[in-house]
Each structure stands twice: as C-alpha cells, then as structure tokens.
Write a protein that binds this ligand. Structure first.
Ligand code: UDP
Length: 358
C-alpha cells in the first residue's frame, strides 16, 4: 500500500509536546515500512523521524501552532484558520492522495475528522485520547454514523469514553523492541515518566516516593512549568530528580535501571506508552487503574493496579514490587505490543476500510 500519515499538530516530531503520539507514529512507520508499505508522513516543520528508510518520506509544513484539547475548556469551539497547522497538514495530505491508498490521521482534531464526509477516499482515524472536547466528540459521532470502521482506538477503556461506538476497533500500540534492553537489576531508584501536566498526576508519585523515604526520578517534557514548580515547592529540595526529555535510546537505558515505575494518570489514559516502555526494559509498574494501564498491567504478574487516586494503596503495592519477576514484564511486551504486532493490526484495519471504498 501507499499511505499518508498525518501527525499530531501539537509540536513537531521529536519535541515531546505531542506526547505518546510521536512514538506511536514512529513505530507505526517502522512496522509498516518493514512490510514494504510506502509511507508519506505529513508533520510540522522541524520534525524528524526516528529512522529513515527508502519506504518512508517525511513531508514537513509550517503553520500556526495550536493548544492541546485537554488543556482547554471542554466546550471550546474551534475555527481553524487557513494557516493553522492542522489545516496546512490536511491540505498537504490531500494533495498527495492521488497516488495513495489511504490517509491515517493521528491528530485528535475536528477538521480531519469532519473532512471524511466530504471526500470519496479513505481517511482513517486512530483516536489518541479519551473524550477531551465536546466538539471532537460530536464530529466523531457524526462521521461514525456513516463510516463506523474508519475509527480505531488504543484500548477498550479509552473507547468507552465514546459510548455511541459499538464494537470499537482496538489496536493497542506498538514498540520497536530492539531499541529497549532488558535489565535484570532490582535495586535501582523509583521512576515516573510523562509529560509534566496536571492530567498525569505527578504529585501522587512524589508523595509516594517521599513516604518511602526515597527520591523520585522524573523523565519527560515539562509542559506545564507552573504545575511542576508547585509540586516541587511542596517537598524538600531535591525530592524530585529532573532527568529531562531524552531520546529513546538514552531514556530506556536510564529507565531500565529503575526498580519500579509509578504511573498516576488523573484522566482516562488512552494507552500509556511509558508503562510499556518500562516493562520492555524489565521495570514493573505500579499504576492507577485509569484507562490503558488497567489493560496493560497484569496485577501481581507485571506490576500492581490500584484504584485511581488511592495514594495509600499505591504506596502499599509499591512496597511489594520486588515480588515481580522482571522477565515477565518484557515477555508481556514481546507477546502483545511489538511494532510488528501493531503493524499487522493496522494493516487489517486498513484493508477492511479500503475495501469499503472500492
Ligand atoms: N518520552 C521520551 N523521552 C523521555 C520521556 C518520555 O521520549 O525522556 C516519551 C515516551 O517515549 C512516550 C511519551 O513521552 O512515548 C509519553 O507518552 P504517553 O503515552 O505515556 O503519554 P501522553 O504524553 O501521550 O499523554
């Protein structure tokens, strides 16, 4: 197949602003190109792909940046201007379409979803978040009633935010496992990874680490500086070790030395890439059962799941983390979330939808 992938409009690929979508896009591109599908990636200026191949072409465009939906009022209405990045990316994708079989849209946005109704070629949407905008939810609902198979989700829990979706197509996610090394080490520090923003609940992980009498190592893009400094100021200095936003190879090496990952989502986490990345390195995860992590972590086998917002239970379970066999964590990822498994699922989805347009 010849495909077009529209990237997230939030930041350029490699900036960290787009969160897990950046990694999802890269592993999708790698998985599909290994199967000899040709992919055009349309992304904001300055974007870089994690790997180049003769089957991949990166087309960058410039436009006005936009704000992430989860950081705006739920009822905000959009009116994307001609120069908005989502509009420019979409127009570029359309201009490439004459030589291609389908567009896969990774941007959680009104415009590309609404355009599905105006064209007679397949635009497929891999929805990257739960219900974060009334406008996006309504357009998904409208388009879904005509093209139900054009939508896919990462997890069942994420899809349940859209109750009008019957039998959702669930794709999970994929990881380039050759990039993550398994580490046996059991006595390392505690880790937290994510965009530093309120929906990620860093404050609960810092609380738990502090109760354990340990520092917390934090990796990730600091999206909300005010939020970060408020947490920092509530604890003795040095309680949080800021490790920055690192490229995958460096990041996984450091993460793999940790004893446990603490994952504390406050929203319906669509998937939770960092949970799987930790497990790929052999690091067990203690997480709130809120969205994706609840479908990834096998309680008692690869980590522990506790009720959302229950910090005391998080602490109790963290104390049991040494009972987890780190090899089981890696095994789960190999059997469920490699980039090949993910690419196979995406190809089946594409074939089904493309057939409907023939
Ligand atoms: N990440 C990274 N380097 C770091 C820390 C995080 O590349 O130092 C990436 C990580 O690989 C993951 C993303 O940040 O893909 C966070 O994605 P996740 O799905 O956990 O949450 P989101 O930000 O999409 O809500």
């Amino acid at each position: 197949m010849r495909l077009i992938i529209i990237s997230t409009p939030i930041g350029f690929l490699g900036s960290g602003k787009g969160g897990g979508v950046e990694l999802t896009l890269n592993s999708l591109v790698n998985g599909l190109s290994k199967q000899n599908h040709f992919i055009n990636v349309v992304a904001p200026n300055h974007s870089k792909l994690s790997q180049n191949s003769i089957f991949t072409k990166l087309v960058t465009v410039s436009g006005c940046e936009q704000k992430s939906w989860q950081h705006q009022d739920y009822f905000t209405k959009t009116n994307p201007s001609k120069s908005s990045i989502v509009n420019v990316m979409f127009e570029k994708a359309i201009s490439l379409m004459k030589d291609c079989d389908a567009i896969i849209n990774l941007s959680y946005d009104f415009l590309p979803i609404s355009k599905t109704l105006d064209v007679d070629y397949p635009i497929l949407h891999l929805i990257s978040m739960g219900d974060e905008s009334n406008e996006v939810r309504n357009i998904i609902s409208r388009v879904y009633s005509k093209y139900p198979n054009n939508f896919a989700f990462h997890t069942k829990t994420q899809a349940s935010d859209y109750p009008f979706i019957k039998d959702p197509i669930i794709l999970g996610n994929g990881f380039e496992l050759s990039k993550y090394s398994f580490q046996e080490k059991k006595n390392g520090p505690l880790a937290w990874v994510g965009r530093v923003a309120p929906e990620k609940g860093l404050e609960d992980a810092v609380y738990v680490a502090n109760e354990m009498g340990e520092k917390l190592n934090v990796w990730g893009y600091v999206q909300d500086k005010e939020y970060a400094s408020k947490i920092e100021q509530s604890y003795p200095s040095g309680q949080i070790c800021w490790k920055g936003f690192l490229p995958t190879n460096k990041f996984q090496k450091e993460l793999g030395q940790c004893r446990a990952l603490i994952n504390t989502p406050k929203w319906n986490e669509a998937y939770g890439n960092v949970v799987v990345e930790a497990m790929a390195c052999g690091v067990p995860v203690v997480a709130y059962k809120k969205g994706g992590p609840g479908e990834i972590i096998q309680h008692g086998e690869t980590g522990f799941l506790v009720k959302a917002d229950d910090k005391e239970n998080l602490l109790l379970n963290l104390k049991k983390i040494d009972s987890i066999n780190r090899k089981k964590c890696r095994e789960w990822v190999e059997n469920n979330a490699s980039s090949n498994i993910f690419a196979d699922k995406v190809v089946s989805w594409l074939k089904k939808v493309i057939k409907e347009y023939e």
